[in-house]
Structure formats: C-alpha cells, structure tokens
Design a protein around this ligand. Structure first.
Ligand code: AHM
Ligand code: MG
Length: 382
C-alpha cells in the first residue's frame, strides 16, 4: 500500500491557493500573485543563505548607494528588490509597486533596459493590483547570519505610474514597433493615479504576509480570513502548511523593544516596561526580554508565543522607525487576523492613511491583553 503523495507532502501553499481560488473564482489573480511572491522568497532565501559563498555581502556598489531615506543599501537589498519586482512583473497582474528600496512608487513594467515602446505595450496589459514590500527587512543583520525577512502587502487598484509625454503618439509606436525609443520619454513622472493607488490604509489590503529566513524558511499569509503559516520543505522545494489558523495567545510573557532607546521613550512606555520587569503588571509576574532587531523574526515569535513587540516613538524619532506602508500595515493586518492588536500607542495602525511612501509610524503590537494593558498607560497619561 502506497499512501497518496499528498499525504506525504502535506498541504502545500500551491494546493492551498489552488483550493482557495477554486472555491472563490474572484481570487484567481491572488493565486498567481502569491505564487510569484513565494517563488521570489525561495530565491531570496537562497541568496541570503549563500551570500558568504557568492560574495554578496556588505554594501552595494562600494558603499556609495544611499536610498531616499538616507540609509545605505546593502548588496542584498538591491538584489532582492529586483527579484521580487521581476517575479511580480511576470505575473502580468501587477500594476504599481512601492518598495523600501525604491525612492518612489513605480510601474512594475518601468524597466530602463526595455525599449520604451515595449514598455508601453506591456503597460497596456498591466494588471490591477498594487504591491508594497520590504524585500529584505532587517538587512543590517544579514551578514552575521541573523534572521531577516520579506514583508509584502497587496491592494487592488487599476493604476499606472508612467505618464507618456504629451507629444507621444502611443498608438503609432505600438503599430510601428521599430519606432525610435526616444519618441516617448515616460520616465521620472509620478501620476496622481499612481500615488492614489499606493497610499492606501492597511484596511484596504486584500492580502499580506511575510517570509522569515531563519532556522527554517516560514511563509505567513493572510487573505483576510485568518493566518496560515507554511514552512519550506527543502526536500521538495514547496511551502507546506505547518501552522494552520494561527491564533496569537491572549497574553504572553515576553516584551520585545530596543531598550537602548529607553531613555528617549515617553513616560507611559517607560513605566509600562518597568512594571513588566518588576512583575507589577496585570500578569502579576515578571516578563522576559527578546529582541532580534529584525521585525519579521520578532513578530513571528510574538505570533507564536505571545507577548508584545514594539518600535515606539522616542524623543529622537518622533514617529519611531518602521515604515507604515510596507512594514507596519501589512504586519498589522496579519497580527489582527491572528487575533492580536497593532497600535501606534493609541491609534489602530490599520486605520492610518499614509501621506507618503516612506512615512514612519510608532508600532506596538502583539497579544491583545498585553497591547491593551500597554494602551492603558498611554490613556492614563493624557
Ligand atoms: P530596515 O528596514 O532598514 O532593515 O529596518 C527595519 C528593522 C526592523 O526589522 C527592526 O524591527 C528594526 O529595524 C530594528 O531597528 P533597531 O536596530 O533600531 O532596533
Ligand atoms: Mg525594513
């Protein structure tokens, strides 16, 4: 007797998405998008894992590349951004993307290496989704073998970023593909349509997730009906469902924040953490601390073990450090879908409409009882 192959492999992400889209024909596009992201994550896992062998370590282009946020990009930041962007482009379903590693939202077909008439032809077929992502979060840790992750979110919005010049006769160029490339200069312009597609609140996400590159490679996903976590089975190269319907514990016993910033935190947070340390909180016993400094790793642990994770505001960084659009909101969606809470302190992160692509926001998230307890300190203070 031979068991069915599916019984040996378990429920793969491929099969999970296939079943979801069969039951919900409206979600067929998401099947393609999730599959392309999962494939990109496998590539990123391999890039990260082999980086000391292939020499893909350190900073990009001799350390000279500073992104729009004033941060130095690592070689792997640039490469992994490209991997994810290309994977999404080839689905044919994606319109706009916004990434930590891109200064502005871009059309997924905006490729400087392609002749412009080809770009225009592709644009006409572009899909109706917008993706926001941080391709390699925690990359400052990556050369030391510390866990990193990819964060992504998907909105539905049929928009473009590229705007052809007024004198560009798109139809002519499409009908005569030999036309000179330079007839249409579409680069460097950001349309209002493009910003509207991108600057959406977490409430408008239709899917989000992360991939954690650690002792195992984990892929967490929500489509708005709970959270599923898959583990990469390297023997078959597939993500297999290992944590169905994840529910965050109502309360944990771990806090996770960068305590080096404690002197600059505001008073309610300092008091809250001190109470946790002294066992004076609602749990009545002391908490312990865990802080990786890679949000995906810290959030993954918080989802599974419970507790509270934060990158709060401090006197130096009034909006904390984490970016609303492609870090805080997609993770907030996952955490809420697992029964947790994600606040800036008092406000729900999911409700915030980003004003700019790289806007930062204070984050406090985790087990509902822990986050509510923390919130009480803020309420009492004002
Ligand atoms: P990055 O996107 O530049 O990698 O920064 C985000 C990371 C998060 O993963 C993590 O929570 C935070 O930065 C850690 O910052 P710090 O080193 O200040 O504690
Ligand atoms: Mg990041």
């Amino acid at each position: 007797e031979f068991p069915e192959i599916c019984e040996q492999t378990g429920l793969t992400l491929t099969r999970y998405m296939c079943e979801i889209s069969r039951a919900n024909p409206g979600l067929q596009d998401l099947e393609t998008l999730v599959s392309s992201i999962a494939t990109a994550c496998k590539t990123i896992k391999s890039l990260v894992e082999r980086s000391h062998i292939t020499g893909l370590v350190g900073y990009a282009e001799g350390g000279g590349v500073i992104n729009v946020q004033g941060e130095q990009q690592k070689t792997l930041d640039v490469l992994t951004n490209d991997v994810l962007k290309k994977a999404l482009r080839f689905t044919g379903k994606m319109g706009v993307i916004a990434s930590e590693e891109e200064d502005n939202p871009v059309d997924v077909f905006d490729d400087k290496q392609l002749p412009k008439y080809e770009t225009q032809a592709l644009l006409d077929e572009a899909g109706k989704y917008t993706a926001v992502f941080d391709p390699l979060d925690g990359s400052s840790n990556v050369d030391a073998g510390i866990p990193t992750g990819t964060i992504f979110g998907i909105f539905e919005d049929d928009a473009h970023c590229l705007v052809p010049d007024d004198d560009c006769d798109v139809q002519k160029i499409l009908s005569e593909p030999s036309a000179e490339d330079d007839e249409c200069d579409m680069q460097g312009k950001i349309s209002q349509e493009c910003l509207t597609a991108t600057l959406q609140p977490g409430n408008s996400l239709i899917a989000s997730g992360y991939c954690l590159y650690s002792s195992s490679t984990f892929f967490a996903l929500t489509l708005g009906a709970g959270v599923q976590i898959f583990t990469l089975d390297t023997a078959i190269g597939e993500f297999v469902l290992t944590h169905p319907d994840v529910r965050i514990p109502a309360r944990g016993s771990i806090y996770s924040m960068n305590e080096a910033n404690r002197h600059a935190w505001d008073a309610p947070l300092r008091t809250y953490i001190e109470d946790l340390q002294l066992g004076k909180g609602e749990a009545g016993k002391p908490y312990t601390a865990r802080y990786i400094g890679s949000m995906v790793g810290d959030v993954h642990r918080t989802l599974l073990y419970g507790g509270i994770f934060g990158y709060p505001a401090d006197s130096k960084n009034q909006n904390g450090k984490l970016r609303l659009l492609y870090e805080a909101a997609p993770i907030a969606y996952l955490v809420e879908q697992a029964g947790g809470l994600a606040l800036t302190g008092k406000t729900r992160i999911m409700d915030l409409i980003p004003k700019s692509v790289h806007q930062r926001v204070p984050v406090i998230l985790g087990s509902p009882d822990d986050v509510r307890e923390c919130r009480k300190y803020y309420d009492a203070f004002t």
